[in-house]
Design a protein around this ligand. Sequence first.
Ligand code: 2RA
Length: 350
Amino acid sequence: RRPSLAVVGATGAVGAVLLGLLSIRRDVWGEIRLVASSRSAGRRLTVRGVETEVVGLSEEAFDGIDVAIFDVPDDIAARWAPIAAAKGVVVVDNSGAFRMDQDVPLVVPEVNAPAALIRPRGIIANPNCTVLTMIGGLAALHSEYGLSELVVAAYQAASGAGQSGVDTLRAQVAEVAGTSVGEQTGDLRAVVSDNGPFAAPLVLNAVPWSGTLEDGGWSSEELKVRNESRKILGLPGLKVSATCVRIPVVTTHSLAVHAVFEREVSQAAAREILQNAPGVVLYDDPAAGEFPTPNDAVGTDPVWVGRVRVALDDPTALDLFVCGDNLRKGAALNAVQIAELVAAEFSLLG
Ligand code: 2RA
């Protein structure tokens, strides 16, 4: 039978991408129920060509639901995912609430799909969008060469901070249009009226901060890159140093990755591995001006890898550049792919 699906957080930036994907991918679902906060209840959104009324988040909203994709803040997910799971719903949660819970699998279908089957809490966690941008290609390289260390600079889009991030950036662009700000020390701070969710003016700038302050001066985002990469790859000793920087791009994260392996690598072999990696597009011909940029990757399903080169001072290391749409494969698409894995169980088990 076709399982029913609830989309919890249907009215957010990721929710919009979720509904779009559910409308164009092979339809494996019965009822699709749209759930959001009580203030959004009653809104009508279109999914699979059908205008559907949004219902408020409540225990009853999960009656008759088999699978639920959550895209809500951590505190909402922490409260409501267990309530849904207690009603027998399989929850695919895009928040950070359960990702490091040892009884919750952290799943990237191209990398560790079988992990989704072992879900003692009835919850499957969707990884952080920054991690999802790089992990597919790295997993393929790890299979061949044995990954031992990552040094990552992540250039993260404004929509990683939600619709308010996008609205803030666009408002700042309007404020500086036609001016010469960005040339004098601190002049942006004098012109930009609202930093929104960012720690400093974002337009014409780079802000080396995302998330909350943790021990040692690391950001929560940087710790997610380290801890989630280790869990997904099953490498508890993987050395990871990440620096997460917000840049004035609307959507699509970019990462400069230095990856160290156990064995010597070759550029040609690495390119071949990446070309054949599921969910990855190799776009790497600098002589022809071909390398990924956020604007080439936005709105597409795969992650895009380029600038592949062997480190000059370490024959066991590769440097590469990756772009991925942080709302799509970085959030909605990966969650839908996990939900489709669960849906396949229903069709197998009847
Ligand atoms: C960000 N990765 O970019 C975080 C959450 N989406 O803000």
